[in-house]
Design a protein. Structure first.
Length: 258
């Protein structure tokens, strides 16, 4: 008898996605849908928020390096700024299980990948991994799922290689400052031996949902380089904007892990 542990991750994730969508459809029959952007009832994503999402995006995906930019940080391209309904949609997918909103986010990520990888048609996509506890909680690796969906929209899909693994538990990045985030993540990821041969000398684009301080992407790039990959850049849906705290004369990145 086949054991669940031997089934391909992608197959299990497809099943999980189908089950969630089926449950969501049943719930929609009983409870009125609520917009994940503004909370209005009647639609899971209202026309106002659909318009607002476009307003959060840059006219074209563009380079959005964190300030300061960590040493070893790959050049990163973002589709928009981490604010308003774009932020609401990303949070709803990650924290509220609103996987239905990926349909709105995947085209943005696809466009960012296109710009980030324009000079590297052979680069494959490596999504930043979710923590083991997040995968248990959500039943899936959120960024990997979004990356697969975005790649399916591409004119020439590049292929998604989920080669990064968390080596250990890391503290919740959202509660940490810039330097603490970098220290928290040092040595946090590795590439399992079975992916090393695939990635040797291979151009790679890292993919994440949000870039904040760049600590996550920098650590991901370090692990991939250590495995012999050629990290050519990174693509994200949204980039946080650095705000200056005038009272303390210091600046802070606000936002999620990243
Ligand atoms: Zn709305």
């Amino acid at each position: 008898m086949a054991r669940a542990g031997r089934w391909p991750d992608s197959w299990l994730m497809e099943c999980g996605e189908w089950f969630r969508q089926a449950c969501g459809s049943l719930l929609d029959l009983v409870l009125p849908a609520q917009c994940a952007g503004c909370g209005a009832t009647g639609s899971p994503w209202c026309p106002g928020c659909a318009h607002g999402l476009a307003m959060c995006c840059f006219p074209q995906p563009r380079h959005a390096p964190p300030t300061p930019c960590p040493a070893g940080m790959p050049p990163v391209v973002a589709a928009g700024r981490y604010a308003g309904v774009l932020r609401a949609a990303l949070v709803a997918v990650k924290d509220d299980g609103r996987t239905d909103l990926r349909v709105h986010l995947a085209p943005l990520l696809c466009a960012a990948v296109e710009v980030a990888g324009a000079a590297y048609p052979d680069a494959v996509l490596v999504p930043m991994p979710s923590s083991r506890s997040a995968v248990r909680r959500r039943g899936e690796a959120s960024v990997a799922e979004l990356t697969r969906r975005a790649d399916r929209l591409a004119h020439r899909p590049r292929g998604v290689v989920p080669a990064l693994r968390p080596l250990r538990r890391v503290a919740d990045q959202a509660r940490l400052g810039r330097l603490a985030r970098a220290a928290n993540l040092t040595g946090a990821y590795a590439v399992p031996a079975r992916f090393v041969r695939t990635l040797q000398g291979k151009p790679v684009l890292l993919v994440d949902d949000v870039v904040t301080t760049g600590a996550t992407l920098t650590e991901g790039a370090r692990a991939l380089r250590a495995a012999g990959a050629h990290v050519v850049g990174a693509a994200v849906v949204a980039a946080t904007e650095r705000r200056r705290d005038s009272r303390r004369g210091s600046s802070a990145n606000t936002g999620p892990p990243g």
